[in-house]
Design a protein around this ligand. Sequence first.
Ligand code: NOJ
Ligand code: CA
Length: 619
Amino acid sequence: MKPQASENPIENQAAEALGVPAGVTDIEFRGDIIYFIVVDRFHDGDPNNNAGLDPELHDPERKNWGKYWGGDLQGVIDKLDYLSGMGVTALWLTPLFEQVEAMVWDSAPIHGYWTRDFKRIHARWVSGQDEVRVFTRNDTTLDRLIADLHGREMKMVLDIVCNHSSPDASGVKGQLFDDGKLIADFHDDKNNWYHHYGPVQDWQSEWQVHNCELAGLATFNENNPDYRNYVKSAIRGWLKKGIDALRIDTVKHMPIWFWQEFTSDMVSERPDVFMFGEWIYSHPSDERSVEFANLSGMSILDFGLCTAIRAALGQGAERGFEEVVAIFDQDGKYRCATELVTFFENHDMPRLQSLGANESMLRLALTLILTCRGIPCLYYGVEQCLHDDTNGGNDPYNRPMMSSWDTSAPLYQLVQRLSRVRKGNIAVQFGSQWPRHLTPDVYCFSRQYRDARCFVALNRGGATLLERVQTDLPDGNHTCVLTGRTFTVRDGHVSGLELGAGEALVLAYDAAPSRGEAVVTFQVNGCPTQPGEYVAVLGNAPELGGWNEGQAFKLEYINGNTWQGGLALEQSAGKQITYKYAIFREDGEGGIPRRENRTTRRRMVPEAGAAKWRDIWEE
Ligand code: NOJ
Ligand code: CA
């Protein structure tokens, strides 16, 4: 979903100067588990920053849900053993930028979405005012957090907002600073940094959604190049500090051309950055959100799947898992469904338990997103069943303070087990996903990639017996990583599969990933293959068979839109290669393979590291 790796040697040289080997693109996130933390509500590691500039905004009793409760980055550092022990590998933190110091609608910006300075960090998250000029130092709490994460091979996701700054607080609205210097003010907007069209009234009007205000927030005027340069240079500054990925707020509220410019700019700073946007209530049936996911240069949060899981496991929807599978059935609309970020709750909606899910439903939801296609994202505290049902658990009650750190909690251990599966199983990371048994109460599916397999069975109903289910696992005995139960597979099937009430089973069979100094993942969309056909890469590189059809590199089917394959290109490392995709028949009949009708593709293989080449089939 990101722009293709550059075929331009000048750009590759620029990337090299930044310390990323030429040709490297796309940090791989599909083996990762993201854990989303509301910084203020996780852990108070530094009580000295709690008073802030205005002590009135802090509630030491933690009773006023609109005030700060003291969580900070030191608190995250203090809990890294807890987090890495659970197997989460990436942290998404609510925005870190300096916020307005005010209460609006009975709430301070504890969430971090009311920025006053994108080039500074919020003093309440670090050791105070001495650390706010985060671009001028490399010894702040943020630097320590990033170093500690990277030392554990964990990644850091920064939440960013380009659409707006802050709402009106006692007559001050949208004052924006450039490392402390006032550069824009909504109420004195001499240089047109903001749109002034009032609130969105017609949500069907794309023009209004782009140009009018969401919830009274001062909305940036993206037509102003000074604004664009400011926000791009600010986020580049954060990438320079070692941020690995960006979660991007309110993407639906800005035109796609802005995002295309923005994502290209970020990639030129960090060729391997991973980006995903919040297109609120995106859905595979909503053409605009699909178009955004395919063309903006970033992936998106999978709200369609989130809604279906909440219905099936939180609200007892009659169609149950059929609603969930109806989402997967549309995966072919996306160019990279395996990079959608999957979740079932967040800081803007009641937690699943507040909807009525008990712990066993939560266990099913976690098992599903940790094994299905996409990159799973857990909302902090889910592993401790953290929830507060006041007012149905709606905002702000979906943001309680983390209170238990029990590493023997059943869901903590569930995540731990499934994180090992995700890390070691390439079928779970990016394989195809096949339904093998589906009723409203029971969903069995298998994931497949090369020889790797993973079979998952989920039962939201009472105890049941399935006569014979296709698992696609190799014949023999397989032990469930969650229950320790052993199952015998014959002809790829399990007979007499007993599922207890609310039970989840996961049977994983691993296969080695492509390893090497330089590994290229080929991904091609839109190949017009028919059953019995496959896609392979032909090319001049020796690893691709030197245009010899008999030695072309065979790709894996992911879904109706996507074929993918990772290949170590040792002999071609650091060299330019040429290639083309072609459709072959499994039975070898049908004459010569059908090649793409275009000039031969040409790219630089990285000298070392990984690259993902995202291509579209051309007729
Ligand atoms: C979406 C964020 O998730 C939400 O928490 C925030 O209030 C709005 N965008 C506005 O930034
Ligand atoms: Ca604190």
